[in-house]
Ligand binder design. Structure first.
Ligand code: C2E
Ligand code: MG
Length: 587
């Protein structure tokens, strides 16, 4: 939404009196519409091609702390933690005329993560606005809490419980089921044709259809089961007090039969076309909200499969990439210049100045938008494509560091780290590739850190030991990433050449995890290994990681992964300003 239009019209307006009067009206109406967007309580974003933010309204500052202008041209999904990118991507994958809703968390500029609710809409092709229009507002922080902002527990249209009440009941049902050792199930019903009905027959007809579906849903349930309207065209059902998982599928089948009957709305016979997903938690294990999400994933998988309810399987969630049918494109992604390297700053935990940056890969897919490395690196490892991709990351990271260096943006001790997967580590020429990249850019080897996870190292410990020693012999630093995740931290036992270990900030705060704390202090004190904390998204974690002796920290609290240009700007602004921006007042 540029300011361009008004000045251009003003130039034109040097014409006749009538032109000027008409121009006044146009200007007035443009001002009115702009004010409407700018003062709307929800933050409005326009997300363009490749998931890039094209516009952010001023309300985004209240919600996320970011300056709307600074958000323009950044990747939307970089404001979303990896665990929630699936939910956000699903909402953004809306097609013309379809409204999608979702909940996920987003990175606040200086106070960690914020739970948001998003409503996404894609304007028709001929609209002057290209991309997805996304309205965001703060969501209820956790299932147990009461809704804020006057949100109600019952839906105005259907009178059914809302998502807030559903989540509350589901949480209680889980607790009961755990005690009784019984299963809980959630069914998700999505009405595939809601968009077309609203469009063709009008929203009053759409409302009639929703009402009728709600009535059928409610009358088909046993007393004690909860049916709720959890989205624009989504209903959820909570089932408890049954013995075997297929009883839930049985209820789902009955529900589908009743929902499939045509509805008379706006003088027409319409088929509701429900897609029903079923997710069952045996013994009430897990978290209620995860089960709701799984049911949603299963409902999505049920699309276009006729009237059959689909039971959730982990494989459905496993690969967003496969679901989007983009795996074959990965081979060509590199050639087509779709692989972008972002840089997330690491700050000194003393003065919070930026000391180094981690290179993190993104795939800007032309149809699917930005795809996270968690979604495509496993596939790239399987097919071997990770090898050329990894080389591209190493070269890009070195070239970028050299550019910062030449531009005087960084000091001589500023470093860049690159993640290396197990497969890359097994390539005998990895050290040669690294050496060539450094020489090409005229960088001293000490400016580069190679990050490997314990899991990658353990895939082939002997080769890992050799390869890491070769890299270290070049003068490159080695970081052991995800230290202590899922197993006792034992780096010193494996005799690995390691300069630094990276721990998950959230684990450090956990007072029960003394094994990690003990191992870390031993590494630090006896072996002189540096300790770095990642995933710091709340101010409270900073003290805990400092207490553990961490020298540097990384996380959304300080900065999300940034494009090279954005990081340049931060570096260029001078680190004093950065430090102040990262600290909340009085902190
Ligand atoms: P991400 O950018 O989505 O990257 C996820 C993982 O993909 C990385 O985890 C790394 O193992 C792998 N990866 C990324 N780029 C490459 C690459 O070029 N080559 C290879 N082989 N693997 C790659 P890692 O290293 O733990 O990176 C930190 C992750 O944590 C990043 O996710 C980052 O966006 C995210 N993150 C940063 N700050 C926070 C925070 O405050 N909270 C949370 N929850 N996550 C954060
Ligand atoms: Mg890493």
């Amino acid at each position: 939404m540029s300011d361009g239009l008004v000045p251009r019209l003003r130039d034109l307006g040097r014409g006749s009196q009538r032109d000027r009067a008409r121009l006044g009206a146009v200007e007035e109406s443009e001002r009115w519409f702009r004010a409407l967007v700018e003062y709307a309580p929800d933050a409005v974003l326009v997300i363009g091609h490749g998931g890039v933010v094209r516009y952010a309204s001023p309300a985004v500052t209240r919600l996320l702390g970011h300056d709307p202008e600074r958000l323009a041209d950044t990747l939307f999904l970089d404001l979303v933690p990896a665990s929630d990118r699936g939910a956000a991507s699903l909402a953004l994958a809306t097609t013309e005329g379809e409204t999608r809703r979702g909940r996920w968390s987003m990175v606040h500029r200086d106070s960690g993560l914020v739970a948001v609710e998003g409503v996404a809409e894609r304007p028709p092709q001929d609209a002057p606005l290209a991309g997805v229009v996304l309205a965001l507002r703060a969501a209820v922080a956790s299932p147990g809490e009461r809704p804020a902002d006057g949100r109600s527990f019952y839906d105005d249209l259907t009178g059914l419980p809302t998502r807030a009440l559903f989540e509350d009941r589901a949480t209680h049902a889980f607790a009961r089921a755990r005690r009784a050792g019984q299963p809980v199930a959630i069914l998700m019903v999505d009405l595939e044709d809601m968009g077309p009905v609203n469009e063709v027959l009008g929203s009053a007809a759409g409302d009639e259809m929703l009402l009728e579906v709600a009535r059928r849903l409610d009358s088909g349930l046993r007393a004690g089961d909860t049916g709720a309207r959890v989205g624009e065209s989504e209903f959820a059902v909570l089932l408890e007090g049954f013995e075997r998982a297929n009883e839930a599928t049985e209820v789902a089948r009955r529900l589908v039969t009743s929902l499939c009957r045509s509805v008379r709305v706006g003088g027409e016979e319409v088929l509701p076309n429900p897609c029903v997903g079923v997710a069952v938690a045996e013994d009430g294990g897990g978290v209620a909200m995860d089960l709701l999400r799984d049911a949603g994933v299963a409902a999505y998988a049920a699309r276009g499969r006729g009237r059959r309810p689909v039971r959730f399987e982990p494989a459905m969630r496993a690969s967003l990439v496969e679901r989007l049918e983009v795996s074959e494109d990965l081979e060509l992604a590199l050639e087509r210049d779709q692989l972008v390297v972002l840089f997330q700053p690491l700050v000194d935990l003393g003065d919070e100045g930026i000391k180094s940056a981690e290179a993190l890969l993104r795939w800007r897919h032309p149809r699917a938008g930005v795809i996270s490395p968690v979604d495509f690196i496993p596939l790239a490892e399987e097919t071997g494509t990770i090898v050329p991709i990894g080389r591209h990351v190493i070269r890009t990271a070195c070239a970028q560091l050299a550019r910062w260096q030449e531009g005087g943006r960084v000091d001589d001790d500023f470093r860049v780290s690159v993640n290396i997967s197990g497969r890359e580590l097994r390539e005998p020429d990895l050290p040669a590739v690294v050496k060539a990249a450094l020489e090409e850019e005229g960088l001293l080897p000490g400016r580069l850190m190679i990050e490997v996870t314990e899991t990658a190292v353990l895939q082939d410990l002997d080769t890992a030991r050799i390869r890491l020693s070769e890299l270290r012999a070049l003068g490159v630093g080695i970081t052991l990433d995800d230290y202590g995740v899922g197993r006792p931290p034992l780096a010193h036992v494996y005799g690995l050449p390691v300069d630094e270990v990276k721990v998950e900030g959230a684990f450090v705060g956990d007072p029960n995890d003394d094994a990690l704390a003990r191992a870390v202090s031993r590494l630090r004190d006896e072996l002189g290994v540096g300790i770095v904390a990642k995933g710091i998204d709340e101010r409270d974690q900073v003290e805990a990681v400092r207490a553990l002796g961490c020298s540097a920290g990384q996380g959304f609290l300080f900065a999300p992964p940034l494009t090279a240009e954005d990081l340049s700007r931060r570096l260029g602004r001078g680190q004093d300003q950065d430090r102040q921006a990262a600290r909340p007042a009085g902190g």
